[in-house]
Design a protein around this ligand. Structure first.
Ligand SMILES: Cc1cc2nc3c(=O)[nH]c(=O)nc-3n(C[C@H](O)[C@H](O)[C@H](O)COP(=O)(O)OP(=O)(O)OC[C@H]3O[C@@H](n4cnc5c(N)ncnc54)[C@H](O)[C@@H]3O)c2cc1C
Length: 393
């Protein structure tokens, strides 16, 4: 058994773990990042792509913004379609000039790994048998296996940034945590296609056959989604059927959907999940390890970044002064934003998806909501300020 020591042991090299390592380095705090997957895998995992203004600002302020400024696509509005109508929500006009930026999660991960390696920060990929112990003590330990050797990492603090299926959350005794789960009666079938987007701004469509979203990743690559059943089999969806369905659900007179080669496709469940508290002793959970939101509000990646921003500041204050006040308030500070995002994501999901059974009451309510959004500046402003992300402080 080989033993190493660091200040903060970070489990998981997704956006939460990597951003935390980056922010801690800027504060002069040492960390070691442990990741079960390979570097190649995490740098090519296609997931989110909408960055809130606050995420973009943080990347710029901390020296991660070069490629983001060159390649990120700044969007100042989104379009909502239903019943053959289209309504643009002018996000920036309604939300004090704030905007969203389209930049793939895998690009954020690449930038963070490059920054980590440029600063000689330790990061171990393809680790196995990760187990946390001593989180109730002042010297917690992460045990793991790497390159055929059993290792132990002694830390002051462990950050559990290992996603929804990681091991960190389970290290908190069941009696010490409350979990809130909500499953939605639909899932998203998403494709990445090598075809120029048919729109300059994202299109969210409500249709009786189900929700559809036209997003994008670059001027050459489109990202599109359709609502499917949670137990849908991807084999039943050859590319031609997906394009046909997208054409119907996104359809608008005079508008044309470009189709082309599908590079990747998959089905993602829609769920809401929160664990409270997000900390126990010397273990702090961040990102998907602590909460999941349905993708409709584009909040998952942004919440992960917001958590570690709070955690990095709290750790910096603790190391500098010995005052644990901000660390103690970590859960409360994060949960305010997390539950706001849960509410926004659930509201957007309920407004835009077709519910099984096509209950007439629900359909009429959805139309009333969409009509209100189209005619009330107050309703549109509320959507805009949530969509671009609430300011940090
Ligand atoms: C299929 C899919 C599609 C999504 N699409 C969208 C979208 O369109 N829009 C949006 O806003 N959000 C989307 N999300 C959500 C968004 O991607 C996440 O919220 C975001 O990745 C959270 O970052 P994270 O760092 O907390 O977790 P993750 O990105 O999950 O990172 C956790 C890391 O920990 C590693 N790990 C797991 N277990 C261990 C262990 N035991 N030891 C060490 N490492 C471990 C994992 O390999 C992973 O690299 C999607 C998520 C999924 C799964």
């Amino acid at each position: 058994m080989k033993t190493d020591r660091t200040q903060v042991g970070i489990v998981g090299a997704g956006p939460a773990g990597l951003m935390l390592a980056h922010l801690l380095r800027l504060e002069g705090i040492e960390s070691v990042v442990l990741e079960t997957r390979s570097r190649e895998y995490v740098e090519h995992r296609v997931r989110a792509g909408v960055l809130e203004q606050g995420t973009v600002d943080l990347m710029n302020e901390t020296g991660l913004g070069d490629r983001l400024r060159r390649e990120g696509l700044v969007h100042r509005g989104i379009e909502i379609r239903w019943d053959g109508r289209a309504k643009r929500i002018p996000l920036s006009d309604l939300a004090g000039g704030r905007a969203i930026t389209i930049y793939g999660q895998q690009e954020v991960v690449k930038d963070l790994i490059a920054a980590r390696l440029a600063g000689d920060g330790p990061i171990h990929f393809e680790v196995g048998s990760v187990a946390l112990s001593g989180i109730d003590t002042n010297a917690p330990i992460v045990r793991y296996r790497h390159e055929g050797t059993d290792r132990e990492l002694r830390c002051d603090v462990i950050a559990g940034c290992d996603g929804f299926h990681g091991v960190s959350r389970e290290a908190i005794p069941a009696t010490g945590r409350t979990e809130f789960h909500h499953e939605y009666p639909f899932a998203w079938l998403g494709i990445l296609a090598a075809v120029p987007p048919s729109t300059e701004e994202l299109i969210y469509a409500h249709h009786e056959r189900g929700f559809a979203l036209h997003s994008l990743r670059s001027p050459e690559v489109s990202r599109l989604y359709i609502q499917v059943d949670p137990d849908e089999d991807i084999e039943r969806w050859p590319d031609a059927r997906i394009w046909d369905e997208l054409r119907i659900r996104l359809g608008l007179e005079g508008w044309h959907l470009n189709d082309g080669p599908v590079i990747e496709k998959g089905i993602a469940a829609m769920r809401s999940f929160v664990v409270e508290p997000m900390q126990h002793g010397r273990l702090f959970l961040a990102g998907d390890a602590a909460h999941i939101v349905p993708a409709t509000g584009a909040k998952g990646l942004n919440l992960a970044v917001a958590d570690v921003r709070v955690l990095a500041r709290a750790l910096a204050a603790w190391y500098a002064t010995g005052d644990a006040g901000r660390l103690d308030r970590y859960t409360a500070e994060c949960l305010r934003r997390v539950w706001r995002a849960q509410d926004f994501s659930a509201t957007m999901s309920a407004m835009l998806h077709a519910y099984p059974g096509h209950d007439e009451f629900t359909q009429r309510r959805q139309r009333a909501q969409l009509d209100y959004l189209a005619t009330s500046e107050a309703a549109a402003r509320s959507l805009a300020e949530n969509y671009v992300g609430l300011p940090f402080d």
